[in-house]
Write a protein that binds this ligand. Structure first.
Ligand SMILES: Cc1ncc(COP(=O)(O)O)c(C=O)c1O
Length: 447
């Protein structure tokens, strides 16, 4: 009754966005938009910014995936609604595929619309507004976007660039307080490309155990590692700490747009209990389940995709990483950090050599305006003075992009700051001087 009076009293329109919508903010979109970039129209534009391995068309999914999808599209029940947590056959296939994570049954699996949806559901169940969740710095900020939308406080723990981006365990533990609902660990990492050793993962679990905090393992890049590195799933090492793993077919199977991800609940000592499990299932009802065509195809995609397909993809990305590393190292103004997996490389910009740029955002927009190469600024990962490159672009394009980046650095850096003659810089830039190593050593000390 009261309500209807209020409604009748409305004289003006006053339609507002919800608090959730107002609190939801994707920093990558926002920062890139504020850069106001205008690529040089005289040079072909190269986007090293898009974390989509299919963007340039050079990396194609395995033939069996296309064939299976075409076949399944003819079945009526690939078009029908399914159970909101996903069809049993698809969940069973994910459980078998994920056996490296520890004991998993179909009952532990919830299918989602991509890994970001898996993270969204998990965060919304594990934390209330006002509680906090710890995420890595630098890190992929989808965790922040999703968490802050829900009113969850995001706190950061540091990664160590000079120790293969391992987690600074002291920083991690110092961030935990009585309101900490979960720690998010992203391994292999976007943007760093780090792949954690078993020992490091055990140390992380130890911190979580000591403080009784569950872990959300974002493993969307699982198995996406270079030849000398081994991927270990965090949950496989945890006896006591509950781990909720979020993953999917997005990156490894090169089908990001088909939106198939999942949550796997590892709760060996029944710490999460029925309530959290039930909460995860309840939250899956909000979108009536993910794409059923993909669900129907999933068992065959997971079982029949040949190892040679994964090997070829990883060999390509690893070669690209070496190429970018060698090319970018030629500039004394850049410090590329060699990744161990995933599909990105982080590069430090020695900003003190570019006093005319206030920060790496200005560096990046000027780079794009002059050289038509767009990279993602470190700011988008909460890590200024660094940039991220995507390695999945075709080889000739990556080479050309690196060449343009080093050329840009050479044209804009203050060579007087290096205190060595200009032609020496050039010889270092070209990587030809016999004195390169000692001088490069000196240059590395410039931050
Ligand atoms: C670390 C990380 N987590 C989650 C996602 C989202 O994955 P999806 O496209 O499956 O939602 C990405 C995408 O780039 C990512 O890099």
């Amino acid at each position: 009754m009261k309500m209807s009076c209020r409604l009748r009293d409305r004289k003006e329109w006053d339609v507002r966005a919800s608090t959730l919508a107002r609190n939801t903010f994707n920093p990558i979109r926002d920062i890139i938009e504020t850069l106001k970039i205008k690529p040089n129209p005289d040079i072909p534009y190269i986007a090293l910014s898009v974390g989509d391995p299919t963007a340039f068309g050079n990396l194609q999914p395995s033939e069996n995936i296309i064939d299976t999808i075409c076949e399944m599209a003819r079945l009526n029940d690939s078009r029908s609604y399914g159970p909101t947590i996903g069809h049993w056959e698809a969940r069973q296939a994910v459980a078998e595929y994920s056996a490296h994570q520890g004991p998993v049954t179909a009952d532990d699996v919830i299918l989602c619309s991509g890994c970001s949806h898996a993270i969204d559901i998990t965060l919304s169940v594990i934390a209330d507004a006002g509680q906090n969740v710890l995420i890595p710095r630098p890190g992929y900020l989808i965790h922040k976007t999703l968490g802050e939308g829900l009113g969850i406080v995001i706190k950061y723990y540091d990664l160590l660039p000079d120790e293969d981006w391992q987690i600074d365990l002291v920083s991690l533990e110092s961030q935990i307080d009585e309101n900490t609902a979960a720690i998010i660990v992203n391994n292999p990492s976007n943007p760093c490309g780090s792949v954690y050793t078993k020992k490091h993962l055990k140390d992380i679990i130890e911190v979580a155990l000591r403080n009784r905090v569950p872990i959300i393992a974002d493993e969307i890049y699982e198995h996406f590692v270079f030849s000398k590195h081994e991927f270990t799933s965090l949950s496989s090492l945890s006896k006591d700490v509950p781990v909720i793993t979020c993953s999917g077919v997005t990156k490894r199977f090169l089908i990001p747009g088909w939106r198939m991800g999942w949550i796997i609940i590892h709760d060996r000592n029944n710490i999460l209990g029925k309530e959290v499990r039930k909460g995860l299932f309840s939250m899956s009802t909000r979108i009536l389940g993910p794409n059923t065509l993909l669900q129907r195809a999933l068992p065959r995609i997971l079982k029949e995709t040949p190892q040679s397909f994964f090997d070829d993809t990883m060999r390509f990305i690893e070669n690209q990483a070496h190429l970018a590393y060698q090319e970018l190292q030629k500039s004394p103004a850049l410090r590329p950090i060699m990744p161990q997996g995933s599909m990105y490389m982080v590069v430090e910009i020695k900003m003190s050599l570019f006093p005319k740029f206030e920060n790496e955002l200005q560096f990046i927009s000027q780079l794009c305006n002059e050289q038509s190469v767009l990279c993602i600024p470190g700011e988008c990962f909460n890590y200024p003075n660094y940039i991220r490159l995507v390695l999945t672009v075709p080889e000739d394009i990556l080479r050309e992009a690196c060449h343009r980046i080093t050329k840009f650095c050479d044209e804009h850096m203050m060579k007087e700051k290096l205190k060595i003659p200009d032609n020496d810089i050039v010889s270092i830039v070209n990587g030809k001087s016999s004195e390169v190593s000692s001088k490069q050593q000196m240059l590395k000390n410039i931050s």
